[in-house]
Write a protein that binds this ligand. Structure first.
Ligand code: GAL
Length: 633
């Protein structure tokens, strides 16, 4: 695998006579790829059927002849105004039933069949015109599905689509009523056409109703994407990519990924720390200019799973962004560190967003590799440095990990539908486990919930997976390594009811969750071995050996040599202790890393990343602030 760099570019934003110079400077900066096209619809088709692709032909030609490889994005995230005049009901409605207006982007409802056809049409035109263009070497479908909270729409189109989806799934309203338990509060239906969307109810809607609507909404993203994938594949053999987001769980990324060749994601470490990650004030201040030290790695590892081994960063933050509550500038070195960390986790390509900072419109305060006046911005030299460093390292992939973590999107929706504790959040739970593993210096693979072969791993963790698939259940029952399931794992049926017998239901694990309680953020339950349970605590019954207890004697971990259940959300320091103990038990080496240091192995090298604002010394090596170090394994 050859590592490469790229950049996102908007030829339609700039006079045509500077494209060639831009392309030359991109090549001089060591960039290989340029992504274009994804928001350009109003210039490609200014009015219905008036196709004006000549400028895009010329842009691709100029970039390609300069030696760049083009990633062509379909423009469906930004339908032009005439599209809404043609299909007024394609506008998504928010949960309050309010239309989301024209004037930004992603103003479409995934369920709207008319817009789907428009999206198919423009994608087909792109594919026919550029499918055999030698400069178009990869494709991006749409842009950031789900961005700005757009997976779920409460429109008429969504209601009709949902009713059909339910009819196909359940075949009879009796079956639906049984599956959802609609006798509770007399919520029974006698026709699928009478089932409404689960918003604006007097009090909470039925969680099974909500979960099915979330499943339906996710399926609509999958279908929307599949149409584009099919159209492009009919004319091109270049790889298909989508650019996913950070901390976005509203659709099943594994299912979208199954129709594509590479999973890419958009990495804005400083924006994410400010705008979507939990953390103490002290943590957020320490990493203000670097981003959370584990967030990027977690997403690299998730998206490596979504891409079945193939992962890119399609948009890499180069300087301050515009969209977080506060937008600090990166420490010098971070634009290099983030790229190397992505490569160490298996990225093939890292593209910076964007080439030149736009002096107009919404993102005018968002940095690029160039300033608005075309002078070099600080990240340009860092990109050049990364490109120069490629020669120093073999082109190998990331190492296979000993430890795996199951991450399930459907469970994220289940716990949104019925959190039971206000801060029970699937991403947060999975991320808490992941960061503890990373603090121990472990390489981690993420697994989808239908993984059926765990044989490559020594330790597998499965927090919060509501209902185990048959394949994964069997894999755990026959696993040769050590598995730790829970909290909340296998405690619901696929319909989101409490099963009988109550879970978890794995042969060989004599443990049952009999009662659950959730706790406010300032409450904790101390453990005998040190540390505490926070947020969530389950009571267990069963004959399996008790391996960890609360100070009042309640079992927290129970199980066998190989298969154990964890009955609570452990505090971070407790996760560190428990995971270190598990690793010691099975002979997986852990490391005592300084706070700011993170580690990832490739097949041949160990990479160290200093996320701290000061130099750090470990095992005789001193790494400067925002520095990267690699050494042969
Ligand atoms: C991403 C998006 C880009 C741009 C960028 C700004 O979410 O895909 O188009 O808006 O954020 O940081």
């Amino acid at each position: 695998m050859k590592r490469t760099l790229g950049v996102c570019y908007y030829p339609e934003h700039w006079p045509e006579d500077i494209w060639a110079l831009d392309a030359k400077r991109m090549v001089a900066a060591g960039l290989t790829w340029v992504r274009i096209g994804e928001f350009a619809w109003s210039r490609l088709e200014p009015s219905p059927g008036d196709l004006q692709f000549d400028w895009l032909d010329r842009a691709i030609d100029v970039l390609g002849r300069a030696g760049l490889k083009v990633i062509l994005g379909t423009p469906t995230a930004t339908p032009p105004l005439w599209m809404l005049e043609k299909h007024p009901d394609m506008i998504p409605l928010d949960e309050q039933g309010r239309p989301r207006k024209f004037g930004s982007r992603r103003h479409y409802c995934f369920s709207h069949l008319g817009y789907r056809e428009e999206s198919r049409r423009i994608t087909r035109l792109f594919a026919q015109r550029y499918g055999s263009n030698p400069h178009v070497v990869a494709w991006q479908t749409d842009n950031e599905y789900a961005c700005h909270d757009t997976t779920r729409s409460y429109s008429d189109a969504a209601r009709l689509g949902f009713q059909n989806w339910l009819a196909q799934k359940y075949q009879s309203t009796d079956a639906l009523n049984r599956a959802w338990g609609n006798i509770f509060w007399s919520m029974e239906y006698d026709a699928f056409e009478k089932v409404d969307l689960p918003n604006l109810t007097v009090t909470e809607p039925n969680p099974s109703h909500v979960l099915d609507f979330y499943r339906y909404s996710s399926d609509m993203v999958v279908e929307f994407n599949r149409i584009q994938a099919d159209e492009i594949r009919a004319h091109s053999s270049a790889p298909l990519i989508h650019n996913y987001m950070g901390r976005e769980v509203s659709f099943d990324h594994y299912k979208v990924g199954a129709d594509l060749d590479i999973a890419s994601w958009d990495s804005y470490p400083i924006g994410f720390l400010s705008d979507r990650l939990e953390g103490t004030e002290e943590h957020k201040l320490r990493y203000l200019r670097q981003g959370d030290p584990d967030n990027q790695a977690f997403h690299h590892d998730i998206y490596r799973a979504v891409g079945r081994g193939r992962m890119w960063v399609m948009e890499q933050q180069p300087g301050p962004v515009n969209w977080a509550p506060y937008n600090a500038a990166p420490l010098p070195g971070m634009a290099r560190l983030w790229a190397w960390e992505a490569f160490a986790h298996g990225a093939e390509t890292v593209c910076y967003f964007r080439w030149r900072q736009a002096p107009f419109a919404q993102e005018q305060n968002h940095a690029g590799l160039l300033r608005p006046d075309s002078a070099d911005a600080p990240a340009l030299a860092e990109a050049r440095q990364v490109a120069d460093e490629f020669a120093a390292l073999p082109d190998v992939g990331t190492a296979r990990a000993d430890v795996a973590l199951v991450f399930d999107y459907e469970s994220a929706w289940a716990w949104q539908a019925q959190p039971q504790g206000a801060d029970f959040d699937m991403f947060r739970l999975g991320f808490a486990f992941y960061r503890a593993l990373r603090r121990l210096g472990l390489n981690v693979d993420i697994l989808p919930p239908d993984a059926a072969d765990l044989s490559a791993y020594k330790l597998v963790l499965a927090p919060g997976v509501m209902s185990l698939s048959d394949g994964l259940r069997h894999a755990f029952e026959t696993f040769d390594g050590l598995a730790l399931l829970g909290p909340r794992t296998d405690t619901k049926s696929a319909d989101m009811a409490i099963p009988t017998p109550m879970g978890p239901n794995l042969s060989g694990l004599d443990v049952t969750v009999t009662l659950t309680e959730s706790l406010p953020p300032n409450a904790s339950i101390p453990l005998t071995g040190g540390g505490a349970v926070l947020h969530w605590c389950e009571q267990l019954e069963g004959d399996a050996q008790v391996l960890e207890t609360t100070q009042s004697g309640q079992a927290v971990i129970q199980g066998t040599q190989k298969l154990r259940y964890l009955a609570g959300w452990l505090s971070d320091d407790t996760l560190d202790r428990i995971f270190a103990e598990l690793c010691a038990e099975i002979g997986v080496q852990t490391h005592d890393l300084p706070r700011d240091l993170r580690l990832r192995d490739t097949d041949t090298h160990r990479f160290l990343f200093n996320y701290g604002p000061e130099p750090v010394t470990w095992n005789g090596v001193t790494i400067p602030a925002a520095g990267v170090h690699w050494q042969p394994l």
